[in-house]
Ligand binder design. Structure first.
Ligand code: CUA
Length: 175
């Protein structure tokens, strides 16, 4: 939601910037002073501009294509949604079974104070995290790459039994 909004704002802005630059560059050739030198420098400048456009436009397109959200996750089909609510002191998950290779959207919030949603793989390596905040839902998209028992721990000190906030998620191969 936030991401698609940022996307909708950013793309028109980038295009608008390019339009303004193109307009200035084209104008530079026409309206340059009458002297031959400034006409030449104007032509060189607009030549450099178009070279830069030719070089950077494909790079822009290529890097935008690799953005971590939306595009990458669509590959695995529609995401499975798991609601995760942090409480003092436990995690409330709407589901604990996920499929390997399919995107999972964790909708993360909290009922009382700030918690930290930390997802650990079977080797207890941290692989994804997001803040769990009261009154706000963070969406964390993750694709599980291997089967096993994953753990959710709390990464934000939230009181006496902070260390006891532990939940398990089981990832299995698609049948
Ligand atoms: Cu919840 Cu620390």
């Amino acid at each position: 939601m936030i991401h698609s909004l940022a996307w909708q704002v950013t793309v028109p802005l980038v295009l608008a910037f390019f339009a303004v630059f193109a307009w200035v560059a084209l104008g530079a050739g026409d309206k340059a002073d009458a002297t031959a030198i400034s006409q030449t420098s104007g032509r060189i400048r607009s030549w450099i501009f178009w070279v830069l456009v030719a070089v950077f436009l494909p790079i822009f397109g290529y890097t935008l294509r690799d953005l971590p959200y939306s595009v990458a996750a669509v590959a695995g089909g529609p995401p499975q949604v798991i609601k995760a609510i942090g409480h003092q002191w436990r995690w409330e998950l709407s589901g604990t079974e996920v499929q390997v290779g399919k995107p999972v959207d964790f909708h993360i919030t909290a009922s009382d104070v700030n918690h930290g949603f930390g997802l650990y793989d079977p080797d207890l390596k941290l692989i994804a995290q997001a803040q769990a905040m009261p009154g706000y839902t963070n969406v964390l998209r993750h694709v599980f790459t291997r089967p096993g028992k994953y753990r959710v721990l709390c990464l934000e000190y939230c009181g006496l039994v902070h260390h006891g906030m532990l939940a398990e998620i089981t990832a299995s191969e698609a049948k």
